[in-house]
Design a protein around this ligand. Structure first.
Ligand SMILES: [Zn+2]
Length: 184
């Protein structure tokens, strides 16, 4: 089946992190970026690239490195844990590299990156700089591991996708109720 990137993170940097599916279930973990054509699909879907240029292994490896650094800090923050000092150091290096590689645009004023790898590094910087990370959540499914910004008014979003993990949880609850009912 062709990979269809699901952009549910609410931010480019989180959608990058979510290119690993089922992180907490080793029997199912999938790295979408294992396949270069999937990297190409993701770059297009996420709007990092508008042209269909082939992805080199080197670009993939750069994106994977950015993804790992972002994940190591964000995974902790999403559940209220302190990220490891080494992860913070790596993030600091990543962000200073992003600033160095960005060019300054006037009218309107802003930072811009050209290459896909610089664009995602800039996105990581923006996530930490601009967003309320108090709204960062990890999907409520035990195996899923996807991260997202909960932009709901009352901060009640629990699932990466209500149609996916949310639906499965509802089905499990329903099944448990039915089972308990029949054995009672
Ligand atoms: Zn999920």
């Amino acid at each position: 089946m062709t990979y269809q990137p699901e952009l549910i993170g609410g931010h480019l940097a989180l959608d990058l992190v979510n290119t690993v599916a089922w992180r907490h279930d080793p029997t199912r973990t999938i790295d979408r970026f294992a396949d270069l054509s999937n990297v190409e699909r993701w770059l297009l879907a996420a709007g990092v690239r508008t042209d269909q240029a082939a992805v080199t292994p080197r670009l993939r490896d750069d994106l994977v490195a950015v993804r790992r650094i972002a994940y190591e800090v964000l995974a902790g923050l999403a559940v209220g844990d302190q990220p490891a000092p080494a992860a913070i150091d790596a993030l600091h290096d990543l962000i200073s590299g992003a600033v160095r590689s960005a060019s300054v645009e006037l009218n309107p004023f802003g930072w811009r990156a050209e290459d896909p790898e610089d664009t995602v590094r800039l996105a990581v910087w923006r996530l930490f700089e601009d967003e309320d990370l108090g709204r960062l959540r990890r999907c409520g499914d035990d195996g899923c591991g996807w991260l997202f910004l909960d932009r709901s008014k009352n901060g009640s979003r629990r699932w990466c996708s209500s149609a996916d993990c949310g639906n499965r949880a509802r089905a499990r609850r329903h099944y448990a109720r039915a089972r308990d009912g029949s054995t009672a």
